[in-house]
Design a protein around this ligand. Structure first.
Ligand code: SF4
Length: 180
């Protein structure tokens, strides 16, 4: 992404954990809220549960200013292209939390109109179960994501690396492969 790829190795061995630490605790959320799970998402942000304690305080309603996409509620096939577009508009590094049974599996909407899990559309990092999930589960899901970020290779999202991978295999696009 930036300066971390230009520094000598002796610095990057210590820089990796520092970058991951900063990423863990400065998550800017984009809530993609479509249904009743949204009430529970709002509760988690109130002073009683205080999502802000974990460094994920500010929802941004522009995907270009967010790095954590919360998919909250039922996703139907009409909505699917918009969800994909929002995901694509977010800059790397970015993460996705699937919030509740409907987003994760379609929930009890086992019908032609509902996407049976958002992992058919975009990559998902953490699934939060429940219909709706309790606020404690939401906090737990966020902590799980932070644990995951802490051990990720910090240069995993380097633009140059991704560009080289894509150029090496231009036909391979994981997002569209998932739709086949
Ligand atoms: S999981 Fe339950 S609470 Fe959440 S959107 Fe689906 S039906 Fe509503």
């Amino acid at each position: 992404m930036g300066i971390e790829n230009q520094l000598p190795e002796i610095v990057t061995t210590r820089l990796g954990p520092a970058i991951n630490w900063a990423r863990q605790h400065s998550l800017f959320q984009y809530p993609f809220v479509t249904a009743c799970c949204g009430m529970e998402y709002m509760v988690a942000a109130t002073s009683r549960y205080d999502l802000a304690r974990f460094g994920a305080e500010i929802p941004r309603f522009s995907p270009r200013q967010a790095d954590l996409l919360w998919v909250v509620g039922t996703i139907n096939h009409k909505l699917a292209p918009y969800l994909q577009r929002i995901y694509e508009q977010m800059a790397e590094p970015k993460w996705v939390i699937s919030f509740g049974a409907c987003a994760s599996t379609g929930g009890f909407y086992d019908n032609y109109a509902t996407v049976q899990g958002i992992d058919k559309l975009i990559p998902v990092d953490v699934y939060i179960p429940g219909c709706p999930p309790r606020p404690e589960q939401i906090l737990d899901g966020l902590l799980k994501l932070q644990e995951k970020i802490a051990v990720e290779p910090y240069d995993k999202y380097a633009f140059e690396q991704k560009k080289a991978e894509r150029e090496a295999n231009p036909t391979e696009n994981p997002r569209f492969d998932r739709l086949k």
